[in-house]
Ligand binder design. Structure first.
Ligand SMILES: [Zn+2]
Length: 480
């Protein structure tokens, strides 16, 4: 293969509810990075999918009198539809944890960790939050003994024999991994959080449940009284999607040599940057290259988004009203790349009008109208500024987008200052106007190139307008 490989993945959303705005944000950002890498000449493997096992799904299907497989099939279809709704890369890979290949890969991953001495069985007694899918110690619970993140969820008391993963053996290796890879977790403040967590010492965690209590899961190899509990099932998707362990060529290309990047929300910090990295070491597989941690999308004023507060937003509704590219724009530039970000429809509409309809949309129409009337086709050789590449290299899609909109602002200012549409009408200033309009067209071609990963459809339209020296048939973004 002549192209350099690159691997990127989102987390797999759990299919007990519809796709929400937080996941839309995560996958759009991953898509932007995937597209930018492709433009830079990489061969890209972009992975997403659905996490489909577990007691919550089993119960939900059971309560609605639906066969569990039919239930998860229905949800998987909904998540697959995100590809067209969010304008994701055509060649995105979609792995389901109920795929037979994933099931056998998860079992093989378990076998290897077991063979290497990192799995054992013991009596397990704990409080467990089904919302977080994590064990909770008393300090992690509120006065009522509830999880801080899921105050309405009943904790489960577990008292049974389970398999455990020897997480405690990985404190030193993890701290070494962190020291050797200063960009492993992005942003820095999240990296510091996980270093501190691991630094405090690690406790082994349970990785199985009794099949009688959790009938919907992957059987533990050579003990079908137990099913795998979420982590040894779901996290293994990152390598099973590559055909591991059978297809070692694809695995080596994209996991070993493809600088694998995992996008996730801040509630996944521990799972992705400590648990999964320890599991990889236990199976003797190479670590992840970078883990990018998103903040949460919140309601107005930073309050939690929840159905009971009536402040949730549905990405499908936004796309229906404003279009895919408007949502991609908002995710890329108006939400903080790493901190929590409030999301309201008022702010969305304001930003849409200011930066899309009156911004890049209006600029494209103005420049190309002047070009169509006054000049001949301009040969363009757009270039990507270093600062843009540097922003994307640190996964700061907002900083990269800001570079584009600052360019748009400069082109607007140039029109304002030079008024080429007026000067073109006067023979004394016509030549000067021609040069200004040519400069504007070249600037617009730069904008189109930089927009490609973020707003691929608009970028394509602008490129076509420049190539044909024609104004767009209709405005890129209608005012709302
Ligand atoms: Zn919880």
């Amino acid at each position: 293969m002549s192209k350099k490989p690159f691997y990127i993945t989102t987390t797999l959303p759990y299919v007990n509810s519809d796709p929400h705005i937080g996941f839309a944000m995560e996958i759009i950002r991953a898509d932007i990075i995937a597209r930018a890498k492709k433009i830079a000449g990489y061969e890209v493997f972009f992975n997403t999918g659905t996490d489909e096992h577990g007691v919550k799904i089993y119960q939900k299907a059971f309560n609605s009198n639906e066969n569990t497989q039919v239930f998860v099939d229905r949800y998987a279809t909904k998540f697959k539809e995100l590809k067209s709704v969010l304008g994701l890369s055509d060649d995105i890979h979609f792995v389901r944890t109920t795929d037979p290949h994933h099931v056998s890969a998860a079992q093989e991953f378990w076998r290897r960790c077991d063979k290497n001495g990192f799995i054992y069985k013991k009596l397990y007694k704990t409080k467990y939050c089904p919302g977080c899918e994590l064990e909770k110690t008393d300090v992690e619970l509120d006065d009522q003994g509830r999880c801080f993140i899921h105050p309405t969820t009943e904790l489960i008391l577990i008292d049974e024999e389970n398999y455990f993963f020897k997480f405690s053996a990985f404190q030193k290796p993890l701290l070494e991994l962190y020291a050797e890879n200063p960009m492993l977790v992005v942003p820095d403040f999240r990296f510091n959080e996980i270093k501190a967590f691991v630094g405090r010492g690690l406790e082994d965690f349970s990785i199985s449940r009794l099949a009688t209590k959790m009938p919907w899961g992957i059987s533990v190899p050579s003990d079908d009284k137990h099913v795998m509990y979420v982590w040894f099932d779901a996290l293994v998707n990152y390598v099973s999607t590559l055909g591991w362990p059978e297809d070692m060529k694809t695995f080596e290309t994209f996991w070993k040599n493809g600088t694998p990047v995992q996008y996730c929300g801040k509630d996944n910090l521990r799972q992705q940057s400590a648990m999964w990295q320890a599991m990889l070491m236990a199976a003797k597989l190479p670590p992840t290259h970078a883990i990018v941690i998103d903040g949460f999308v919140t309601g107005d004023g930073g309050v939690k988004m929840s159905k009971s507060f009536g402040n949730t937003v549905d990405p499908l509704d936004i796309v229906k009203e404003y279009g895919t590219e408007a949502l991609r724009y908002y995710v890329a530039r108006e939400l903080s790349p790493f901190e929590d970000s409030p999301f309201t429809m008022e702010k969305f509409r304001e930003a849409y009008n200011a930066h899309l309809a009156n911004g890049v949309g209006n600029l494209t129409s103005r420049i190309m109208k002047m070009a169509e009337v006054n000049i001949k086709k301009v040969p363009v050789t757009p270039v990507i500024p270093e600062s843009y590449d540097a922003a994307l290299a640190r996964y700061d899609v907002k900083a990269a987008s800001d570079i584009i909109w600052s360019k748009i602002g400069k082109l607007d200012a140039l029109i304002q200052k030079e008024e080429p549409f007026k000067k073109a009408k006067d023979s004394a200033t016509k030549d000067h106007a021609t040069r200004i309009i040519e400069q504007l067209v070249r600037g617009l071609a730069d904008v189109a190139l930089l927009l490609e990963p973020i707003l691929p459809i608009s970028a394509e339209i602008i490129k076509k307008c420049v190539a044909e020296n024609k104004s767009p048939a209709q405005p890129l973004f209608l005012r709302k």
